[in-house]
Each structure stands twice: as C-alpha cells, then as structure tokens.
Design a protein around this ligand. Structure first.
Ligand SMILES: [Zn+2]
Length: 482
C-alpha cells in the first residue's frame, strides 16, 4: 500500500471537516448560552385590566413594558431588587414592583412612560399588590393587613382591612372593583367591601386550604381559587366557588405535578386558563371541562390576562406571545430568543464531504484489470486478484456446467433483490421521520410511503443505468471483439 502523501485535496478535506465541526458546535453553544442566561428568563408577567399593556420582569432585573395592541416596546426599567411580583394599573400607566432591599421591602410605583418612581411604600416582605380594574386604587397586602390606596391622591388615607391572626396569601378585586377577595393562611378566603374595608362574609371556603392565587370570573359570579390543601401537601388544586350558591367544584387535574404558575379568566368569559407543571391548560369557563388546543411551547412559565381586550399573554421557553382570547391563535410575539439553529446547509455540506472522501478513496484504490484492461474498484483494499469482478465471474463460469451457471445466476438475482429491499428499508427511516415531522403523518404510514418512494427511485435509477450501459456496450463491443 502506498504511503500517505500530503496533498492539497487532503488538506482541503481536513479544513472542510473542521469547518463542519465548528458549524455544528458554535450554533449549539450559542443556543445553550442563550438558555442559561438569566437576562432571557421571564420571571414575572402581568397585563393591565384594559388589556392594552403587558409587563414582564426578566432574570437580570429588567422590567419591559409593551403595548399589547401594536406589540411595540414602550419602556425598559431597571428594577434594583429581583422580586417575582409585579402589577400594572388598570390603564397601564403605572407599574408596581419591589424597589429596595431592606428589613421591610419597599414597593414602588413607576410611571411607565417616563420610567421614574412616582411613589414608594414600606411593605412587609411577603407583600402582594393588585390594582382595581375600575378605579384609580390598588390594594397592598403584607402580613395581616391590607391597605387600599389611591393611585392619584397621595394625601388620601388608605382603606384598611384587618385579617386578625391570619396572613394574606392572595388578593383579587371583583370585576366591578367593589369587592376585594383575600386568601389567608388561617381562615380561608374572605370577601371585603373595598371602599369601607368591612368584611362581607366571615369566610367562604375555610376547609384548611391556603389559596395563593384568586381570579374572579368576568361576570363576577365565580371565584377561581388556586390552593394547596394543608392536609395533603403537594396536591395543588384549582376550585371554582359559585358566589351565589356557595357551591364549589374542583377542576379536573392533570398529571401529578410540582409547579404552579398562574390562573386567569380570559376576557370574553369563554375560557379559564391554568398553568401547572410548565403546561398551559384551558377549561371551558362554564362547564369547567378541559379544552384542547395547539400548544406550541412546551415550557410555559406564566400567564397574564386583563379584564377587557381581545388578547392574553403567555410566557414560555421561546419568549412572550399574545394569543387571541376566543380563537387562542398567536397574534404577536413580544419577546423571543434567537431562532433555533438551522442545520440544513450543514447536513448538505456533510453529505458532500462524505461523497468527496469516498470519491477520493475510490480513485486511490482503483486498479486496471489485467485481462480486459478496464479500470475497476477492488471490493477489498488488500484484494490479491488482478482481474475485474466481471472477468473473474466469466473465468468462474467457464469451469461450471450450464445447470450450475443457472443456479449461480438465480442466486445473484436473489441477492440483488435482497440488497435493494434492505437499501429501501434503511433509507426510508430518515425519510419517514422527515415526512412525519413536516406533514404530520403517523410514523408507520410515513415509513411505508418513504420505503415505496425509495424503491421507485432506485428502480428508476437501475433502469436508467441499464439503458446507458446497453448503449455504451453496443458502441464498445465491436472494438472489444476485434
Ligand atoms: Zn476485466
């Protein structure tokens, strides 16, 4: 065997291989880098009651605000403390978040247009904030007190709601803004008059569960309560309370899960949305039965809906998208990471590289037949014979009887057919996968179609080859005989 020589073609093939490896590794590395970067992680999502403004807080402390109708970015505010709670005023002019680290955390209101702090409040560390959907007021809860402040009049004394020995765990305004529902850790969910702070009822669901999210239905008749029953931890549930009949109904649960991210009634009143275990689940708002829909993102991290407007917001692995409340179709993408790497050109480059390597090897090992003088490819690198396969077969046939030749021909045909079927089955595997992914066919159907297509393509190639070979041999034959 000839020693390996340094050649320009060899160098080019090596450079080509290195380029292919880099072309794969660099986009993959960048995709991983993007995924682990906190600046791209949505940690809190909220929408104004009028459905016109969306706010999201990212892992690097940036608060981004968008116009939900046009999808335009309104402002980016750097929030010094990374609180997971944010809230938007009903008209989207103010945004609330934690503003400072202290013994007691401070909650601030920012002007969305200017990005400046307009008011600041001292709050208990486990604070909650909710803006009224109808008036310029907001409820700020911390510990066992809820204050209802005015957003416009700084001097007005806040309405005070006392919870006694209980701590507030969730708050929600009714659609008319007159009632404030407060979830507590000791005495269930309680309803208060939001203008006087007086209790409406002692407790409406005191069965030992702790609600951590509350949502009124758009007609104000029902209250969705996301809660952890104290008796059975790790069994989160969503219960619907009919405020007229005081009857409750538990939503059908998905698989056992660990994570809970949000509950929201979508404007229009058709659907109730629950995010559990990074999965968005939709329920019919009146029957509470699950509704199936096309869920493109498998890693939903949050949901936000206003009281009015046609859209609701979903934060997921691929960014923040706005969907239609009636059709559930995606209308805008507010924030998205880089598109997933496209490896089509890389795949084509790799195939060409394989062909080039094969072609080069074939050229290196090609020999001249000692009998007929044709160039041919030895089947093995260390083949001893100096004759081409055709001449070898002819020499073998000379020693055989007519019956033996017939059997050998039949065996050859059988082997050829088996090889053809094997080739089609193997090549159908990637083709079948591509068909399934692109057209959405069932795998076996896609596989059979791909295998048949490969067979047809291969037979067509075989016929074309035979036609060309016959024409060439009829031209060459007289010279060979002479
Ligand atoms: Zn030969």
């Amino acid at each position: 065997m000839a020693a390996r020589r340094f050649t320009l073609a060899g160098l080019m093939l090596t450079v080509w291989a290195v380029a292919l490896a880099l072309g794969y590794a660099v986009p993959m590395w960048r995709a991983i880098e993007h995924d682990v970067d906190p600046a791209n992680r949505v940690e809190a999502l909220t929408m104004s009651a009028d459905g016109a403004t969306v706010a999201a807080r990212f892992g690097d402390g940036k608060l981004r605000l968008w116009n939900a109708i046009s999808g335009r970015l309104l402002n980016t505010i750097a929030v010094p403390f990374q609180s997971s709670r944010i809230a938007l005023a009903r008209d989207g002019r103010l945004v609330a978040a934690e503003s400072d680290v202290g013994v007691a955390a401070n909650v601030a209101l920012w002007d969305v247009a200017t990005g400046k702090v307009v008011r600041e409040f001292a709050a208990a560390p486990e604070w909650l904030i909710e803006f009224s959907p109808t008036e310029d007021r907001f409820a700020l809860a911390g510990g066992s007190t809820v204050f209802i402040h005015s957003t416009t009049d700084e001097d007005a004394a806040p309405v005070c709601v006392q919870l006694g020995a209980s701590r507030a765990t969730a708050i929600a305004f009714s659609p008319d803004g007159q009632t404030l529902a407060v979830g507590t850790d000791q005495s269930g969910v309680r309803l208060f008059d939001s203008t006087t702070g007086a209790g409406r009822q002692r407790s409406i669901s005191d069965d030992g569960s702790v609600a951590h999210a509350l949502a009124f239905s758009p007609d104000g008749q029902r209250l969705a309560m996301s809660e952890w029953p104290r008796s059975t931890p790790f069994s989160h549930r969503v219960r619907m309370l009919n405020l007229r009949s005081a009857k409750t109904q538990t939503l059908p649960r998905g698989d056992d899960f660990m994570w809970y991210e949000g509950t929201a009634y979508l404007p229009g009143g058709r659907f109730l949305a629950v995010v559990q275990n990074n999965e968005l689940r939709l329920f019919d708002a009146s029957s509470h039965q699950p509704v199936g829909f096309d869920q493109a993102d498998g890693m939903v991290q949050g949901i936000a809906a206003g009281r009015r407007g046609p859209l609701f917001a979903v934060a997921g692995h691929s960014g923040i998208e706005l969907r239609d409340c009636q059709t559930l179709n995606v209308k805008h993408v507010l924030w998205s990471g880089p598109p997933p790497p496209n490896f089509v050109f890389l795949g084509v480059g790799y195939l060409l590289w394989i062909v080039a390597i094969g072609w080069r090897a074939a050229r290196r090992y090609a020999r001249t037949c000692q009998t007929c003088g044709r160039r041919y490819q030895p089947l093995r690198r260390n083949e001893v014979s100096t004759d081409c396969p055709d001449c070898r077969e002819r020499a073998l046939y000379d020693t055989l009887t007519a019956e033996q030749i017939r059997l050998a021909e039949r065996r050859k045909t059988r082997h050829g057919l088996l090889r053809l079927v094997g080739f089609c089955c193997l090549s159908a595997l990637p083709l079948g996968i591509v068909l399934r992914e692109t057209i959405g066919l069932r795998f076996w159907l896609a596989y059979v179609i791909a295998a048949l297509a490969a067979l047809v393509a291969f037979v067509a190639c075989g016929i074309a080859y035979l036609c060309i070979a016959r024409r060439t041999s009829s031209r060459v034959a007289p010279r060979g005989n002479s």
